[in-house]
Design a binder for this molecule. Sequence first.
Ligand SMILES: [Zn+2]
Length: 349
Amino acid sequence: MEKICVFCGEKPENKNKEHILPQWLLKLTGDPNRIVKFGTVNGKTIKFNWKQFTAPACTKCNDRYANFEAEIKTIIEKICFKEEINGREALKVLNWLDKVRIGLWLNYYFLEQNKGGIIPRLCIDNRSGKKDRFLQIHFLESETHSKGLNAFGVETFLFQYNPSSFALKINNLLLINGSTDFMISENCGFPFPKNIEVIKNGQLSLSGWVYNRETNLDIYGMNLRKAALTLYQPIQTELTNLFNFYNDSYLILNCLDRDKKIGNIFLLEDNQLKSIYELEKKIKYNSITGNDVSYIGEIVSQVYQLQINVIKNLKFKQENRFAREIELNKEYAEFYTKFHEYNNIVDKN
Ligand SMILES: [Zn+2]
């Protein structure tokens, strides 16, 4: 397998190793030299220490992200202490999760020797901030003493085909992140195509455009478990033919950068999506009570279901293209639903 730089997607120049999960995060969540089990290849369990969880990268590319990682460290630590963050910081977290999600995706591509049989077109540079995305922040109340770092959803075939959603547990913090074409455009009242057909290796043919300026909450028919913070951001940067839509007053009002077709962040508050206009303003966390309280397993299982719904929303020339992989995801989803208490499967301290 040819190595490519996780950042620029080219042959690594002056080769370096990027820690997919950065050192500061390993230190924050336990002994950075701890051994973890992570998936299987040809029936063999892969074991390694977190520090070795690296992917190829150019030295230059690696250095480019150093300042960003330093900024993110401060923001994630804040969130761990339940300190409020503002819109600008939330945008950085969304960018960072794009980086981690794509990094993990490429890492599994190498680690499991391309079990999805894909041609990797994505790298961190060309994918970060390019498509619709959402973020949920959950505080895991029942585990006051829990330390550890886990990623969920990154081990599936469906994630290898389309790295659309995953969960990252950082001690008592659980981040749910999703991003793919038009994942939440419809939710935010942005234009979206009713029909998305996959032509080849991820290229899409889009038709049946709808634009109704109406917001709604369900993502692919799923009403996600209530979180302390839920943010949606529509991004249609890669579409070249939507200029008429973007002259409309609703999109003028609700864009961070209209030329690049980057929407505002929308905050889920009182069962409504509200555009955030002032990025410096602190965002309040919801308190979760009564029936809204979730077990970690219930939250995590949604990631596996979401991956299924994302794939089912695509039209393939070949019917049942992912029938077997979908069944596997259903098994994961069921497995986690049954875990009422957190079971530390991946990161054993
Ligand atoms: Zn590079």
